[in-house]
Design a protein around this ligand. Structure first.
Ligand SMILES: Nc1nc2c(ncn2[C@@H]2O[C@H](COP(=O)(O)OP(=O)(O)O)[C@@H](O)[C@H]2O)c(=O)[nH]1
Ligand SMILES: [Mg+2]
Length: 300
């Protein structure tokens, strides 16, 4: 398998604040048909500053698969979809409902088949976030796959920055990090300690220097995530995928030997919710994560 191929450097689309992604995957907005203006910005602000603003050239053929695991999220599902759609990147949105009981399913059935950019899958039994993600990954057809939780804790406006190291040909996998500089809601101390401890332990086994192994925002070249066999049904997904990404070997190009994934980390903002506001993950999942770190450390 070859997951190396670099993206073409010249392209049609520039990401810009205020541009709108439409149902057919096209981008319409202030820069539509206005290459001159885009080029003016790039020329006058410079590529470096434009990149920070999320303005850069996308490859013509780039399609982002946004996989959204969803369980009892009727309060946020409309808004998260709106925010995802507002990101000016051609994309397919894959929602996997994991047998919600709160009416989310009815909302999704309403939306199903109404727009070309949205695919919805339904689990008949609740299995967990990991299982929902497995279903979503199988269905993905894009160049790059990003995980988006269905709550509003993570902001899709950060997709351009998150996919950038892959688009630039520097990375195969990108993790967000809530602990490296961006704004975040101040919440549970022991919860964050737990996260840091799990990241530390995972790093000890994988020899990676991640700062946030449990983060939702994980971005993969599609071939990579579709070639990793995942087993964890619930939140054990995070340590499992991290261990398996760390071991994953990519065929070298032009007779070069296989090499490990190149992983980047990008700071992401985090608007954590409380348990009253609907958070699902709990201390039992922490123990499960602990078990998965050790279980997947050496194989499986
Ligand atoms: N498929 C599935 N998704 C779940 C389940 N529990 C949570 N999720 C989804 O997984 C994502 C993360 O859940 P959340 O409670 O926010 O966990 P946290 O943000 O990692 O602490 C959300 O999109 C949930 O809807 C579950 O049992 N099944
Ligand atoms: Mg969440």
């Amino acid at each position: 398998m070859d997951v190396h191929g670099s993206f073409p450097s010249e392209s049609q689309a520039v990401l810009a604040d205020g541009a709108q992604a439409h149902g057919d995957g096209s981008i319409k907005g202030p820069f539509e048909g206005d290459r001159e203006r885009r080029d003016w910005l790039l020329q006058n602000l410079g590529e470096a500053l434009c990149r920070k603003l999320g303005i850069y050239r996308l490859p013509e053929d780039l399609l982002l698969s946004v996989v959204i695991p969803c369980y009892n999220e009727k309060k946020t599902i409309h808004e998260i979809l709106r925010r995802v759609r507002a990101v000016p990147i051609p994309k397919e949105i894959i929602i996997v409902d994991d047998c919600s009981k709160d009416g989310t399913r009815d909302i999704l059935r309403e939306m199903e088949g109404k727009s070309a950019d949205l695919k919805v899958y339904f689990h008949e039994v609740n299995q967990g976030k990991g299982a929902a993600l497995r279903t979503g990954f199988q269905k993905a057809t894009g160049t790059i796959v990003v995980i988006q939780d269905a709550d509003l804790e993570y902001d899709p406006a950060q997709f351009p920055q998150l996919i950038q190291p892959i688009v630039d040909g520097q990375a195969d996998v990108v993790y967000g990090s809530r602990f490296s500089g961006e704004s975040h809601r101040v919440l549970y101390f022991w919860h964050s300690m737990g996260n840091k401890f799990l990241t530390l332990l995972s790093n000890m086994f994988t020899n990676l220097n991640l700062t946030d192994m449990e983060v939702c925002y994980k971005v993969f070249k599609r071939e990579i995530i579709q070639n990793i066999k995942l087993k964890s049904d619930r939140f054990g997904f995070e340590p499992e995928v991290t261990a398996k990404v760390a071991r994953f070997m990519i065929n070298g190009e032009d007779g070069q030997p296989p090499h490990r994934c190149r992983i980047y980390e990008i700071p992401v903002s985090y608007h954590g919710r409380t348990y009253r506001e609907g958070k699902h993950i709990g201390w039992k999942d922490g123990f499960q994560a602990l078990y998965c770190i050790v279980r997947y450390a050496f194989g499986d």
